[in-house]
Design a protein around this ligand. Structure first.
Ligand code: ADP
Ligand code: MG
Length: 229
């Protein structure tokens, strides 16, 4: 089967300053891959380029096809700030929206949105705005929203930032049950160990390492050099 994602010789800069240089890697179907690197190393930028939100040089292929509107419809991204994706007066409306946009009938869309919230332990909050939830709940809600598209590739940007231990555990458990390829940008090394089998290390805009997560985590000099420990 073709890879979920193939990034080849990708380069990007916001201005003249390059942020990503000559990035190449692949993510297999159902593989879960981490992206680590110090603050400002380009993790978010790389995810934005893959999601087609920024236009980079080089090529991105999704599920064996060139990146296009239709191939990108098969991926979903969870932004670092859930506020960027949850803004309706009721959480259930946020989740129903992608289905309504796809032409799903109203009652069915709301029923599925409610069921998905229940899967994430958020049934008691369905009629409240995301702003009334704790950050951990909002992060879970943002993931639940991403899943409404049944993505085959899930891009997650700092999913555990500012979460407490229990919220991290719930999130890791939820991720494990999702049958999609995953690319997870994080500097939470415990979460990385728990949720990924392979990791890319970004340093100064380039891939400084790409290998099994356990090996990377055991390489203290490399982690130190990358500003991770
Ligand atoms: N919108 C932007 N405009 C200009 N520079 C940006 C913008 N977003 C990020 N940068 C710069 O790009 C680099 C990579 O940032 P980012 O991808 O956010 O890194 P990370 O997610 O690893 O912390 C940083 O030097 C950052 O200052
Ligand atoms: Mg970032």
């Amino acid at each position: 089967m073709t890879a979920a994602l193939e990034v080849s010789r990708l380069s990007f800069g916001y201005g003249s300053q390059p942020v990503l240089e000559d990035i190449s890697f692949t993510v297999g179907r159902n593989e879960s891959v981490g992206i680590v690197g110090a603050n400002g190393s380009g993790k978010s930028t790389l995810l934005w380029c893959i999601a087609g939100l920024l236009r980079a040089k080089g090529t991105v292929r999704l599920f064996g096809e060139p990146s296009s509107r239709s191939s990108r419809a098969r991926l979903a991204m969870v932004f670092q700030n859930p506020e960027d994706q949850l803004f309706m007066p009721a959480l259930v409306q946020d989740l129903a929206l992608p289905l309504l946009n796809r032409g799903v009938e109203r009652e069915k869309a709301f029923r599925e949105a409610g069921a998905r919230l229940a899967d994430f332990g958020l049934e008691d909050y369905r009629d409240r705005p995301a702003a009334h939830l704790s950050l951990g709940q909002r992060k879970r809600a943002a993931l639940a929203l991403a899943l409404m598209r049944d993505p085959e590739l899930l891009l997650l940007d700092e999913p555990t930032a500012e979460l407490d231990g229990r919220a991290v555990r719930l999130l890791a458990g939820a991720l494990e049950r999702i049958p999609a390829a995953k690319l997870i940008a994080t500097h939470d090394l415990g979460f990385l160990r728990r949720t990924t089998t392979r990791t890319l290390l970004l340093r100064a805009g380039r891939i400084a390492a790409d290998g099994p997560t356990e090996e990377l985590l055991a390489n203290e000099p490399l982690l130190e050099q990358a500003g991770l420990i």
